[in-house]
Structure formats: structure tokens, C-alpha cells
Design a protein around this ligand. Structure first.
Ligand SMILES: Cc1ncc(COP(=O)(O)O)c(C=O)c1O
Length: 390
């Protein structure tokens, strides 16, 4: 008999009833060190007092109003994002997938608005993940996600990841947009070089193509900069954000330049819940804490410490691990085989990690994880690896 919850996930036999910072506490009281953070969501850990205060204070005032009215909490968060990024304007969503949908719509509307509605081809890359809507699966194009859901939305073409020559061969002044994650998350913590990202930006500029970045997983301080593309010194035209921006409260956003958003006039897009006061009150507090140079410097310091310890782990288990990759606290341990056993062995050591494609184990802790917790995490990973060595 089918479970009452639609069985689209292979769930681990673990349930959590509380969280404290970097720890998730299971229903039997066991404390798990959480290096998944809800898959890069709980940027400030579980039950962060600042976020609990922001949420409860807002909950006592007003939860929800329609976007038919002004929403001061939404305007505050939009102001914070515009001030700290390339963007001139923001639309709030409830998830990364909804942000992907709007980003795709915005590209199409941009070219329609330019009088060129046939310019619809969006170039994407293999290994990409942009969500599970019909548009987002067509964009990513992986067999696993699209099988059985056809016919797919037209207008996408996937290229080999990071293959600038392949991009050069197909991008023209008929290309609508290039869409990519600066560091692929689900694809296995696969970063693009800064030089490659600059080259992609230059190719877009040369052909008049829009550059759309998906920073749903790698954004919001995860890499040690507020957004990952900042390392390359470039700016997109449109950017998708979600996950970390709500610190655990469902919230996403599409950021855009005034020019890219030119077609998105009243009536062209909407959302009942997107940008509601509860979500935006929390999002604004997350932004105030994360978009701060001192906070981001600490993310980088901790990342260096974590990486150094992971190099030791790799050296101790050369039969299991190949290398560590990623940026900031978006780290991937490239394994010699699929990391499912390692994730399970981690459960036995009371540590939570997340598998990804390309035989990669993802380590995405809260950005305020302590030095002691980093040492503890590597010690537990070492024990988990030892149990597999044995
Ligand atoms: C890069 C990227 N884009 C989009 C999404 C979809 O976000 P959501 O699950 O919030 O719809 C994800 C989720 O993992 C993601 O990692």
C-alpha cells in the first residue's frame, strides 16, 4: 500500500524533533552533528535565537497579507538585497524552483519586450539542478529528472559542464540566455573557475545574451562571499536565490537588473505567498547577519580550517576519498565510489551529510559552526570511514 506521504524520497530512518545550532536532536534524544543543514538551508543553524525572535515578533503582528498591498517587511528585504548586490529589483518566491520558473519567464519576456519573441534558446549545462517544475527539469535536462515527464518545455540546450569551447561553438546573437550554477550543488560540488565565469560573461556580452546565475545553493554566504559569482568579479543579469536566504523559513527570490526586468510589468507575474511578512521578516534578519564582512571573513577562516582537516582525512583513507573541492563552507569530498555507504556510516557516528552526483559527499554546515564542531565533525567522519575500511 502506498504511504500516506507520497513516496518520492528514499528517507533515512531518522526523525528530528529539535535543533540547537549545528545539532539536530532525534526523537530518541540522540544528538546528530548536522553537516547538511537542510541541504544548505539553515545558514545560521537550528533555532537561532535572532531568527526565532524575528519570526515570533512578526508572528505576533501579522502573518500574511496579499501582494495586492504594500508589504513593508518585503520592501526592507528587497532594499537590503539591492544594496548588497548587482540587482535593481527583486521578486520574492517560496522556493528555488519558483525562482527558476520566474527567471525563465523573465528571459522570455525580456526578448519579447525587445520585439524578438523567437529568441528563446537558453543554454544550460549537464549536472545542473534548478528544481523540479516542468521548466526547471527541462532546463537541467538530466535523464533521471525528465524521464516520464515529457514532452518537455522547449527552448533548452545542455552543454558539457565547464566546456567553454562547446559554449563558444553554439552561443550566437540568437541565444536568449545562459543559465548556470557558479558551483553545481546536486551535480557534485563542481565549481567553475573564476576565469571561466568571466569568459562566459564576456561571451554573453559579445552576443547580447542574458546571464542567469542560479545561486540557490551556493549563495547567501555559503562560499564565504555573499554570492559566489563575486569571486570572479562579474555580475549576472538575473539571479535565483533561495535556501539560505530564509535560514529555514521557505523563501526564495529572483534578483535582476532594471534592464533584464524591463518586461515584467504589473500583471505579468505573481504569487500568493511569495514575499509574505513572516518569510521576509526572517529573511531580512538573515541578510543583516550574513551580509556582513566580519561574518563572511569568519566563514572563510572556518572553511580553511575545515579544508585542512579534510585533507588529513583524505590522506588517512586514500581508498575512500580522492579530493576535497568547493569554496567556503560548500565542500565536497570526491569519493572513489558513490557515497551512500558513507552517509549511512555517518548516521552510526551521529553525523549528517548529504550525497551528491559525481560520487561526491556534500558538507554544508551552518555558516556559524564552531571550530570545535568542525574538529568533531572530521573526527566522526574519520570513524565512519574507518568502519567502511574495516
Ligand atoms: C542550485 C539549485 N537550484 C534550484 C533548486 C530548487 O530549489 P527548491 O528545492 O527550493 O525548489 C535547488 C535545490 O536543491 C538547487 O540546489
Amino acid at each position: 500500500m502506498i504511504s500516506h506521504v507520497l513516496p518520492t524520497y528514499n528517507r533515512a530512518p531518522l526523525a528530528f524533533e529539535r535543533g540547537e545550532g549545528s545539532w539536530a536532536i532525534a526523537t530518541d534524544g540522540t544528538r546528530y552533528l548536522d553537516l547538511g543543514a537542510g541541504i544548505a538551508v539553515n545558514v545560521l543553524g537550528h533555532a537561532n535565537p535572532d531568527l526565532v525572535a524575528a519570526l515570533t515578533e512578526q508572528a505576533g503582528r501579522i502573518w500574511h497579507v496579499s501582494n495586492l498591498y504594500q508589504i513593508p517587511e518585503q520592501e526592507k528585504l528587497a532594499d537590503l538585497l539591492v544594496k548588497k548586490t548587482f540587482a535593481d529589483t527583486v521578486f520574492f518566491t517560496n522556493s528555488g524552483t519558483e525562482a527558476a520558473e520566474l527567471a525563465i519567464k523573465m528571459v522570455r519576456k525580456f526578448w519579447d519586450h525587445q520585439g524578438d519573441p523567437e529568441r528563446i534558446e537558453i543554454l544550460t549545462f549537464d549536472g545542473a539542478f534548478h528544481g523540479r517544475s516542468t521548466g526547471a527539469i527541462a532546463a537541467a535536462g538530466s535523464d533521471k529528472m525528465v524521464k516520464g515527464f515529457g514532452p518537455l518545455m522547449p527552448g533548452f540546450r545542455q552543454l558539457p559542464w565547464g566546456d567553454i569551447e562547446a559554449l563558444k561553438a553554439v552561443i550566437t546573437d540568437r541565444t536568449a540566455a545562459v543559465l548556470l550554477e557558479p558551483i553545481q550543488g546536486e551535480g557534485g560540488i563542481r565549481p567553475l573557475d573564476d576565469a571561466e565565469l568571466r569568459e562566459i560573461r564576456a561571451l554573453c556580452d559579445k552576443t547580447g545574451t542574458l546571464l542567469v546565475l542560479d545561486e540557490v545553493q551556493c549563495g547567501m554566504g555559503r562560499t564565504g562571499r555573499l554570492f559566489a559569482h563575486e569571486y570572479a568579479g562579474i555580475a549576472p543579469d538575473i539571479m535565483m536565490v533561495a535556501k539560505g536566504i530564509g535560514g529555514g523559513f521557505p523563501l526564495g527570490a529572483v534578483l535582476a537588473t532594471e534592464q533584464a526586468a524591463a518586461g515584467m510589468v504589473a500583471g505579468t507575474h505573481g504569487s500568493t505567498y511569495g514575499g509574505n511578512p513572516l518569510a521576509c521578516a526572517v529573511g531580512a534578519r538573515v541578510m543583516e547577519i550574513v551580509a556582513d564582512d566580519t561574518f563572511l571573513a569568519e566563514v572563510n577562516r572556518k572553511a580553511a580550517l575545515f579544508r585542512q582537516k579534510l585533507e588529513g582525512l583524505i590522506a588517512a583513507h586514500p581508498n575512500l576519498f580522492e579530493s576535497v573541492r568547493g569554496q567556503g563552507l560548500m565542500l565536497g569530498l570526491k569519493c572513489k565510489s558513490a557515497p551512500a555507504d558513507l552517509v549511512r556510516a555517518g548516521y552510526a557516528q551521529h553525523i549528517l551529510t548529504v550525497p551528491a552526483a559525481d560520487d561526491t559527499l556534500r558538507l554544508l554546515p551552518p555558516l556559524n559552526i564552531s571550530d570545535e564542531e568542525i574538529a568533531e565533525a572530521v573526527a566522526r567522519l574519520d570513524k565512519a570511514a574507518e568502519s567502511l575500511d574495516a
